[in-house]
Design a protein around this ligand. Structure first.
Ligand code: TMP
Length: 207
């Protein structure tokens, strides 16, 4: 049985990940591809608890190192108990955020060194990297407006606009560094155009 493919969906706050994730899932199923949807931080019982700790804006001040290690602790559980078992049995994994988010949020947003993140990436993931990453990109103000309209903001969403500008820049830099894996899709255009771009990229990938 061929190994499943690992697809990740990335982007800043309010860029439309949820809507497009469902669209991609349906598109893959239409092509008879067995797929599971999961997310980071999260995806297992323990990783979801770590997610709650990371997103709780009423917690004590979380140090940058603690935040980074919590993200990778959740990732280690997720890989061992969800991602690898699926891929090895031929199931595709569609994941809402993965390590590009760490380069964007902890690297870009919190100014942590990329070399530190890479070190943890190698430790926790071994050779596992996404086969395809869809980076949804929109101007920060548009995304934040959408995030705000959804209700109470979490610990990350409550950051200042400069933080999100840094996150966006770091995401786009990741895309420049990995052009064959990361495809950038602008989401400040009509949904039908976004969907057509997704079909184009995923269609090529499947072929
Ligand atoms: P979301 O799933 O609603 O986008 O929320 C997850 C939050 O966690 C989001 O604000 C980005 C943040 N995050 C990191 O800071 N680093 C990471 O590695 C991941 C996966 C998420």
């Amino acid at each position: 049985m061929p190994r499943g493919k690992f697809i990740t969906l990335e982007g800043g706050e309010g860029v439309g990940k949820t809507t497009n994730l469902i669209f991609i899932e349906n598109y893959l199923k239409l092509h008879d591809i067995p797929v599971i949807i999961t997310r980071e931080p999260g995806g297992t019982a323990l990783a979801e608890k770590l997610r709650q700790l990371l997103l709780d804006k009423n917690s004590e001040i979380i140090s940058e190192n603690a935040e980074l290690l919590l993200v990778f602790a959740a990732r280690a559980q997720h890989i061992k108990h969800v991602i690898e078992p699926a891929l090895t049995t031929g199931v595709w994994v569609l994941c809402d955020r993965f390590t590009d988010a760490t380069f964007a949020y902890q690297g870009g947003g919190r100014n942590m060194k990329n070399s530190t993140i890479e070190w943890l990436e190698n430790l926790v993931q071994g050779s596992l990297r996404p086969d395809l990453t869809l980076l949804l990109d929109a101007p920060v103000e548009i995304g934040l407006e959408r995030a705000k309209s959804r209700g109470i903001l979490d610990r990350f969403e409550s950051e200042k606009i400069q933080f999100f500008e840094q996150v966006r820049r770091a995401y786009l830099l990741q895309a420049e560094l990995h052009p064959s894996r990361i495809k950038v899709i602008k989401t400040n255009q009509p949904l039908i155009d976004v969907e057509n771009e997704l079909i184009n990229v995923i269609g090529n990938f499947i072929r």
